[in-house]
Write a protein that binds this ligand. Structure first.
Ligand code: TYM
Length: 400
């Protein structure tokens, strides 16, 4: 694929790690469909990212095919855009390795997604440590005061010294006990997570930088990762000379963060414990309706958009607005004087229409077609990727 003259290069991807939901669709894929008309778009199925958490090989194979079908059913047109499987192009892993060598631990330890998944957060650890040490020392303060009072009545130097040493020992013991407790807990959590999960954003930076990407359309949760790609592009260029373009992140405000139906304070997620968290693109409309009717609601009864005060109904309104192409104001007007029940019933219908239409297209796509599309995509990209790797190898000094 030669990038079309004057067109921007767009790159994005999704992990084939389970069901895709309407959060993935509205946050990412729906944006992509519109973009392919005026840009050179590359959409990846990032299977090497998916294996950063354990995957059963058979499920992974199925999920790769399913994700490609979802791209096609959503309207990504392989005549206009490139669709490919990440592992088909070895340069992704190769560039990730080179980028690893210019990435600092501090670049990765701050990633919120890693902190959430691994529950390893150095900042939180430090705060907890400080507060615990403070609490314990304060807790021990009474004893210290008692000891100090005793000190006042003492006459001999030896007695005073003994008491002071006791105080110091006590303070040292509590401080050590607290920090050791936290250190042990942190070490256990850190040892439990895989290196791949930690290093995942570097592979994502490699995906993006390999193709001189101008912009990366994603949901809000990926902003920090795209930022890292920018940082690494600049750092590499600064050290070795220009090789990479710094990409921009592209987020559609209205769909940046679709929240869970069972908990509107957390994003809709395919790794959620309960199926009531998300509407999968492969859910049958009846079960999707059940999930919507059971979705958490806010106090009060008005259908008004207010993310801070009414996060649950606001989230449902966003989904309604995006799928039905109607503004939030219009929705508010339409449901003035009506209750959550009426609104949810209509939303169930809208989601049902969307899913029916989507699944009709999805079911028409065969596995053979998918494999041919992916093969063609990899064939189009390989020369670009190889070319970029040649430049990188030249710059870092390993081509003889
Ligand atoms: P992934 O597979 O977790 O999610 C795919 C896309 O869906 C968006 N998304 C959401 N948007 C709105 N609301 C939600 N609740 C929601 N949940 C997910 C994500 O922001 C993402 O755009 N690391 C990436 C995959 C990746 C990638 C890349 C993306 C690998 N390499 C290069 C862009 C460019 C990920 O895990 O996305």
């Amino acid at each position: 694929m030669a990038p079309k003259a004057g067109k921007k290069i767009i790159f994005s991807g999704i992990q084939p790690s389970g069901v895709l939901h309407i959060g993935n669709y509205l946050g990412a894929i729906a944006q992509w469909v519109a973009m392919q008309e005026v840009n050179s778009c590359i959409f990846s199925i990032v299977d090497y990212h998916a294996i950063t958490v354990p995957q059963k090989p058979k499920d992974l194979r199925d999920n790769i095919v399913q994700t490609a079908k979802i791209y096609l059913a959503s309207g990504i047109d392989p005549e206009k855009s490139v669709i490919f499987q990440q592992s088909d192009i070895a340069a992704h892993a190769e560039l990730a390795w080179v980028l690893n060598t210019i990435t600092n631990n501090s670049d990765l330890a701050k990633m919120t997604q890693f902190k959430d998944k691994a529950k390893v957060d150095l900042d939180e650890y430090e705060v907890a440590l400080l507060s615990l040490v403070e609490k314990d020392i304060l807790g021990g303060e009474e004893e210290i005061h008692r000891e100090l009072a005793r000190l006042k009545g003492m006459k001999s130097k030896a007695e005073i010294m003994g008491s002071l040493e006791g105080i110091v020992r006590m303070a040292r013991r509590t401080a050590f006990g607290a920090s050791h407790h936290y250190f042990k807990e942190y070490r256990e959590r850190f040892n439990r997570v895989g290196v791949g999960l930690y290093d995942y954003p570097v592979l994502m930076a490699a995906d993006i930088l390999l193709y001189d990407t101008d912009a990366v359309p994603v949901g809000e949760d990926q902003t920090q990762h795209v930022e890292l790609a920018r940082t690494l592009a600049r750092r590499f260029n600064g050290r070795f000379g220009d090789a990479f373009k710094a990409p921009a992140v592209m987020i559609r405000k209205e769909s940046a963060r679709i929240m869970g139906l069972d908990d509107p304070r957390k994003k809709m997620s395919k790794s959620a414990k309960s199926g009531y968290n998300y509407i999968a693109l492969t859910d049958d409309p009846r079960s999707a309706a059940k999930k919507i009717m059971r979705a958490v609601t806010d106090s009060g009864s008005e259908i008004t958009y207010d993310r801070a005060e009414k996060p649950a109904i606001s989230n449902l309104m966003s989904i309604y607005s995006l799928l039905w192409n109607i503004s939030l104001d219009e929705i508010e007007k339409k449901y003035r004087g009506k209750g959550y029940g009426d609104f949810k019933k209509d939303l169930s219908e809208i989601v049902g229409i969307f899913l029916n239409d989507f699944q009709k297209k999805y079911n028409r796509i065969g596995d053979k077609e998918v494999k041919a599309v992916l093969k063609k995509g990899a064939g189009q990209l390989k020369p670009l990727a190889d070319n970029k790797m040649r430049v990188v190898k030249e710059k870092i000094g390993i081509i003889l």
